[in-house]
Structures are given as structure tokens and as C-alpha cells.
Design a protein around this ligand. Structure first.
Ligand code: ADP
Ligand code: MG
Ligand code: MG
Ligand code: MG
Length: 399
């Protein structure tokens, strides 16, 4: 049994030689810690030609961006590796490949995606990947369907609910998504000029009720093994390719949470575009984000319905029409969780580059204002938006 120690750059190289599955392991000679992340160490391991060949990721016993004052379970490395391995069984084309992991060292070795780019960075720079939204919808359909009660044996599903119970990381989501933005809280990070708007969220009883419902379903609707953090910073893209990484928030939860997180980040990008790009590029980017929102949902729902028709193993859930009815509830959840993502990224602590990179202060405040107002109306209207066209009409009305 290995004992936990925080890896040095040399430890990471040694570990990659052992477990990286590289043909000539002695050619791995160097490493660099590249984690821009808020939580973990990420090492790129280079060969003698200076090419990055494999990734070593290790969890620290605390939240990296805060420090040792915020301890956090090392079990998240096991959870991340096991979620990615499970999703990889059903959607290998869009899930980063995990080569090895060790729960005691809280470390994993994975496929190097250095020839891809993080989707958020590309969106910030106005670089388009026309196939990404459809691929993301396909990833969501494959992973969510195959880990659900439609497909899993009831014993296996219940065992997996236990295996993927993730109280500490869920607690972070529960606080940051559903509590703090709707309270006076020191971690909130909205611009001072928007205090009246933030106050109006705190005072909005209908909004607080709807958010309570979303949080309650996050707690107890064990519909599928979620990624738990599907934002554009957890997605690598290249021409014609998309791969999802960073699943340490995974657990059994409501499908709409993953889909809504994805859509929420596309809509953050939509709101931020005028602050990041020249007017004509911004207008085009906004149209592309609306098309992405439609495409993620259509691709997800078409694939999900096809999988349900072909592969549902549960006889009652396989009754014709049931999967379509179920997706209506997933759609409402998706819109609600999308709204909470917009608000937690603007009012709450987890701010994103799309907003932070807007240089003009007044413009930044305007983009944030728009995102908050859009988030609020999506949460309030979640049960009353018929389909993606109605959603898009609603978004246009808002801006
Ligand atoms: P955290 O859990 O701390 O957020 P991430 O898994 O998001 O860590 O990784 C942080 C950064 O490390 C990514 O944004 C990316 O730049 C780099 N990275 C992570 N995984 C890979 C990979 N498989 N290939 C290449 N770079 C990676
Ligand atoms: Mg990350
Ligand atoms: Mg709590
Ligand atoms: Mg992470």
C-alpha cells in the first residue's frame, strides 16, 4: 500500500515512467506543473524531444486556490478516476482516457490532450468549433443514459450510487450553486455596482422557492452518474474532437444538472461576447452560442431517445413514450440548473475568464448584469419553456 505524499516534479516523472504506458519509459525525463486549476496538481510529463506525452494529476488534501485552511478529501481523486473510467466505457470518444490511478496517493495518470485546447479559452478568443455542441450532447446522452435505471441492473445501480457518493465535493456545489449567491456571503464576488440587483435576488421569494426545489433535486434525484462540473473549462476541443476531463464532482444526481451546467457556460459566453470581441464578431459569436444551446439539447435528446428505444433493460421504463415523458422533466431541470450556473458564476465565488477578461469596467458590469437577469428568469420560468426555440426566444428577449 502506498502512502500519501505530495508529488514533486521528479516524483511525477518517475510515476509516469511506471504507469504511463509509454513504450520507452526511460525517454520520459522532465515535467512541468501546469494546473491552472483551483484544486489539484497537474503535471505534464515530457520526453527527451521535449514533447508532452502523458499527464499526472494529484489531489492535494486542501483546496489549492484557498490553501490549507480549507481541507478537502483526497478521495476525490478516486472519484474522478472512477467516474471518468465509467463514462469512458460508454463514451470513449469524448472522455479522457485514464491509464492508471492510486486512491492512496490520490493520483491518476491520463491521456495527454496537449494537442487540444480548453473550450473556454477558445470561446474567449472567438475561435469556433462547429461540431463541439453536437458532440457534447452525444457525450451527455451516452454517459447519462448508460448509468441510469433505464440501462443499469437495479443492484448494480444501487451499488454505484454508494460507490460514487461524494459528500464533500457535493457540499461545495450545494453551497456555491444554491445558497451563497442568494445570501449576503463573504465569498460572493459580483461588482459593487450590482448590489441592488444582488439584493433583489435575496428578496425574491419565488426565486428562492425555485432554487430550493433545484437544490432538493440535486440532493436526492439519483438519476444518473453525473460528471458534476461540465463547464467549458472541463472540455478540451480540437478540430472535429471533444474530450471531457476533470470529473471529481461526479456523483449520482439529476441529469438536468450536467446539461444545465453545460448550457449555462455557453450562455455566459453569450453574455460576455460584447465585452470580449469586436461588435460584428460578437454578434456572430452570440448567434453561434444560441445555435450551440439548441444543438446540445437536440443532440442529447435524440441520442437519449434512440438509446432508450434500443437498449432500455427495465421493462417498465421501456414502455413506449415513457422516455419522452421523462425527458420533459429533464428539460425543465436543465433550464433551472442553467439559470443557477449563470448566477453562481457571476454573483458567487467561482468567476470565469469569459467575464474576468472583459477589460472595460462598465462593459463588464453590463455583461454580468445581463447574465444575472437571464439566470433569474430561467430559474423562474423553468417549467414554462416548451422547447429550445422557446428558450432561445426568451434569451433574445432578455438582451
Ligand atoms: P482541476 O481539477 O484542478 O480544475 P483540471 O483537471 O481542470 O484540474 O486541469 C487543470 C489544467 O491542467 C487544465 O485546464 C489543462 O490546462 C491541464 N490539463 C488537465 N488535464 C489535461 C490533459 N489530459 N491533457 C493536457 N492538459 C491537461
Ligand atoms: Mg478544472
Ligand atoms: Mg453545507
Ligand atoms: Mg477539478
Amino acid at each position: 500500500m502506498s502512502q500519501y505524499r505530495t508529488f514533486t516534479a521528479a516524483d511525477a516523472v518517475e510515476y509516469a515512467r511506471q504507469f504511463g504506458g509509454v513504450a520507452n519509459p526511460h525517454t520520459l525525463v522532465d515535467s512541468q506543473e501546469v494546473g491552472d486549476g483551483n484544486l489539484n496538481l497537474v503535471f505534464k510529463i515530457f520526453d527527451t524531444a521535449g514533447v508532452s506525452r502523458v499527464i499526472v494529476k494529484q489531489a492535494l488534501p486542501y483546496v489549492r486556490c484557498v490553501g490549507e485552511s480549507w481541507p478537502l478529501t483526497l478521495d476525490r481523486a478516486r472519484l474522478e478516476a472512477e467516474v471518468l473510467i465509467e463514462h469512458g466505457k460508454f463514451c470513449p470518444q469524448h472522455t479522457v482516457n485514464i491509464l492508471h490511478y492510486d486512491p492512496d496517493l490520490a493520483v491518476m495518470v491520463m491521456e495527454d490532450l496537449s494537442d487540444h485546447a480548453i473550450w473556454r479559452s477558445e470561446l474567449v478568443n472567438g475561435v469556433e468549433y462547429p461540431q463541439a455542441a453536437g458532440q457534447l450532447g452525444e457525450y451527455l446522452a451516452q454517459t447519462l443514459f448508460h448509468t441510469s435505471d433505464f440501462f443499469q441492473h437495479p443492484y448494480q445501480k444501487k451499488a454505484d450510487v454508494i460507490r460514487f457518493t461524494n459528500p464533500e465535493l457535493c457540499d461545495i456545489t450545494e453551497e456555491l450553486f444554491f445558497n451563497e449567491p442568494y445570501e449576503i456571503h463573504e465569498r460572493n464576488a459580483y461588482p459593487r455596482a450590482l448590489e441592488p440587483l444582488a439584493e433583489s435576488l435575496r428578496d425574491d421569494e419565488a426565486l428562492r422557492l425555485a432554487v430550493g426545489g433545484l437544490k432538493h433535486r440535486f440532493y436526492c434525484h439519483a438519476e444518473a452518474l453525473l460528471h458534476g462540473d461540465v463547464h467549458s473549462g472541463s472540455i478540451f476541443v480540437a478540430e472535429g474532437c471533444l474530450k471531457v476531463i476533470d470529473a471529481e464532482f461526479g456523483f449520482y444526481g439529476p441529469m438536468g444538472f450536467d446539461i444545465g451546467s453545460a448550457l449555462g457556460n455557453l450562455l455566459i459566453s453569450y453574455c460576455a461576447a460584447p465585452g470580449l470581441l469586436a461588435p460584428r464578431e460578437a454578434a456572430a459569436a452570440r448567434e453561434n452560442r444560441l445555435n450551440d444551446v439548441r444543438e446540445v439539447w437536440l443532440s442529447f435528446s435524440e441520442s437519449f431517445l434512440a438509446l432508450a428505444a434500443e437498449k432500455s433493460r427495465d421493462r417498465a421504463l421501456a414502455v413506449p413514450g415513457y422516455s419522452r415523458e421523462f425527458l420533459r422533466k429533464v428539460w425543465s431541470d436543465t433550464i433551472g440548473y442553467c439559470g443557477t450556473e449563470l448566477i453562481r458564476r457571476t454573483v458567487g465565488m467561482s468567476q470565469v475568464a469569459d467575464i474576468k477578461n472583459i477589460k472595460d469596467e462598465a462593459m463588464r458590469v453590463e455583461c454580468v448584469r445581463q447574465a444575472i437577469i437571464l439566470g433569474r428568469s430561467l430559474i423562474l420560468l423553468a417549467d414554462h419553456v416548451a422547447d429550445p426555440e422557446a428558450l432561445i426566444a426568451r434569451i433574445r428577449q432578455n438582451s
